[in-house]
Write a protein that binds this ligand. Structure first.
Ligand SMILES: Cc1cc2nc3c(=O)[nH]c(=O)nc-3n(C[C@H](O)[C@H](O)[C@H](O)COP(=O)(O)OP(=O)(O)OC[C@H]3O[C@@H](n4cnc5c(N)ncnc54)[C@H](O)[C@@H]3O)c2cc1C
Length: 332
């Protein structure tokens, strides 16, 4: 496997910011991956998928590892379900399309999310009432410290809202993911926009659900190729009872949902909108006019401009509503 030097990363991140990586490699299999980890034990490392959830503010003084393990294999099958292993470098939406065309149910609501299969468990990708954790049987990953390939059961992945053990520890490189998908399907109403899109269809099929998701997403979200962005920039804040009470004093119509462990979730997009930042533009950066949660790049190649705008929004929300907005996007 070739180790490349001084690689420009602009086309490797969906915000299209410029930065140079000192070292860059693309292991094709687990043994190449373990080999490269052993060769550069002291280099700072960054694992890269499609780069749709990160951007760069400076050059990367270390080794970028972009796994290129491909392949989709059926491991196990019964009358009710199928277990399929997909390589980390498989395109997520191609994989969803493959499953839908074979009538394997469980990930159709996650259609059209720009991702590699390997990155999907990192933040437990979710959309339209579905999360990838609900269909993951286990995850195969190499421990960066020991160089050992391990299987993580669903429970061992410690999935949460946009969270997992891989995100918390940042010490594993996912090489493949094994999904358990169902062979029967009945559409369940989980999300209002999607229900509306399907209201004239009785018992929608998997393909009809996938098509509806793609239509809704295309209407609502900017195409990152035309208008560089990384999807939702901030996580929806999780509030204690006391924080919820204080927020409702300031904003009585704030949306509040029940979250895990007796906590509450509110909408980051709503808060940004209320702070006057929906569609706001500063220089070459702004929030998308149709979706306050998405920061878009109107023409800068400098990630610091995006980072400054991000900090401005965080300060404004903290100052006005006493809530800290946590980023969903990784800033390097
Ligand atoms: C237009 C748009 C819409 C989006 N919509 C959604 C949405 O609806 N729901 C949602 O959840 N997300 C959404 N996102 C965010 C993004 O799609 C997901 O976070 C996706 O999983 C990123 O995949 P990636 O391959 O680009 O990962 P990258 O951006 O390359 O990496 C993301 C993180 O994962 C790590 N990583 C990547 N691959 C591996 C690996 N093999 N092993 C270990 N670590 C790894 C990276 O180091 C980094 O920390 C959207 C993004 C865009 C641009």
């Amino acid at each position: 496997m070739q180790i490349k030097h001084n690689i420009q990363l602009q086309l490797y991140n969906s915000f299209r910011t410029k930065a140079v990586a000192k070292l860059f490699c693309e292991p094709h299999n687990v043994s190449e991956l373990i080999d490269v980890l052993g060769k550069f034990p002291d280099e700072k490392r960054l694992i890269l998928g499609k780069g749709c959830n990160l951007f760069f503010t400076k050059d990367f003084d270390g080794l970028i590892i972009k796994p290129t393990m491909k392949g989709v294999f059926t491991l196990f099958e019964t009358d009710d379900f199928v277990e399929i292993e997909a390589g980390a470098a498989e395109d997520w939406d191609d994989f969803v399309a493959y499953c839908v065309s074979n009538d394997y149910a469980g990930i159709e609501n996650l259609s059209f999310i720009p991702s590699s299969v390997g990155a999907a468990p990192i933040q437990n990708i979710g959309a339209y009432g579905a999360e990838v954790k609900d269909v993951i049987a286990f995850v195969r990953a190499v421990d960066i410290t020991t160089g050992v390939l391990m299987d993580f059961s669903n429970a061992a992945c410690e999935f949460g809202y946009r969270d997992s053990i891989f995100k918390k520890r940042q010490n594993y490189i996912i090489t493949s993911v094994v999904f358990r998908l169902q062979k029967s399907f009945v559409y369940q109403e989980k999300y209002i926009d999607l229900n509306r899109e399907l209201e004239n269809i009785t018992n929608p099929t998997l393909s009809q659900v996938r098509d509806a998701v793609i239509r809704v997403r295309t209407r609502k979200l900017p195409d990152y190729i035309a208008l560089p962005n990384a999807g939702s920039f901030f996580k929806n804040p999780i509030l204690t009872e006391e924080e919820k009470r204080k927020l409702l004093q300031k904003l009585p119509d704030a949306p509040i949902y029940n979250a895990e462990n007796g906590m509450f979730k509110t909408s980051a997009a709503y808060l940004i909108d209320k702070a006057g930042y929906k569609g706001k533009r500063k220089g070459n950066v702004g929030t998308y006019e149709h979706h306050a949660l998405i920061i878009v790049n109107y023409g800068t190649e400098n990630g610091i401009e995006i980072q400054n705008f991000m900090c401005e929004i965080q300060e404004k929300i903290l100052c006005e509503f006493g809530i800290e907005l946590e980023t969903e996007v990784w800033v390097y």
